[in-house]
Design a protein around this ligand. Structure first.
Ligand SMILES: CC(C)(COP(=O)(O)OP(=O)(O)OC[C@H]1O[C@@H](n2cnc3c(N)ncnc32)[C@H](O)[C@@H]1OP(=O)(O)O)[C@@H](O)C(=O)NCCC(=O)NCCS
Length: 175
């Protein structure tokens, strides 16, 4: 099986809607039911506007888009410019083949080597063992528990706040 990771474009709106609208995916995210291609087209257009620093990625497994992931600014305050927020999702039928790992490797490389980021943050439901395992594999640590953080399928669900600090903070290079 071949995995390719690339920047997502507006042409990926249908694939994004398929992934984020999958009942095996959106309960694990902060997404809502009844998403649509139009909604994702608008978001992808917005993300690619000049000056935007969001990084939306798409992952292809044997040529079909099965994964989506991204890094996003943590807010507008200049004091949080060293932080990016991470999101990731893979279609259920494509999980367990390394697509999530390929996306995480690309996001961490981008943050560490190109974006000058110190800290990557994310939230994950405390019972999402697969995602927590994936994040730990890439150096993320649990920093705390947020009780009743989000409504999920009729219940207020707890989440972990996880973060990864740059493993080898850059210095001034050259002679
Ligand atoms: C989390 C998710 C992105 C993982 O994607 P994936 O393509 O299955 O990931 P991979 O195949 O690369 O597996 C990644 C790692 O997950 C971990 N993992 C997998 N199953 C696990 C389990 N049952 N328990 C603990 N860790 C597990 C392992 O560390 C594994 O790496 P390894 O195979 O090298 O040991 C995917 O399950 C998903 O999209 N879930 C639904 C949406 C979601 O919950 N997103 C996260 C929101 S915070």
């Amino acid at each position: 099986m071949s995995i390719a990771v690339r920047r997502a474009t507006v042409q990926d709106a249908a694939a994004y809607a398929r992934i984020m609208g999958d009942p095996g995916v959106y309960p694990g995210l902060m997404q809502m039911p009844y998403t649509s291609e139009e909604l994702w087209r608008a978001r992808l257009v917005e993300n690619s506007a000049p000056g935007k620093t969001d990084l939306p990625l798409a992952a292809e497994l044997d040529g079909a888009v099965v994964g989506a992931a991204g890094l996003h600014p943590a807010g507008i305050s200049p004091r949080r410019r060293h932080v990016l927020l991470l999101g990731i999702s893979v279609l259920p039928e494509a999980q367990g083949h390394g697509v999530g790992s390929a996306l995480m490797a690309a996001l961490c490389d981008y943050a560490d080597r190109w974006a000058g980021v110190l800290r990557i943050e994310l939230g994950v439901y405390t019972d999402n063992a697969r995602a927590i395992g994936l994040y730990k594999k890439f150096g993320f640590e649990i920093e705390g528990t947020l009780r009743g953080y989000a409504m999920r399928d009729g219940q207020f669900a707890d989440t972990f706040a996880m973060a990864r600090l740059h493993p080898n903070q850059p210095r001034i290079g050259g002679a």
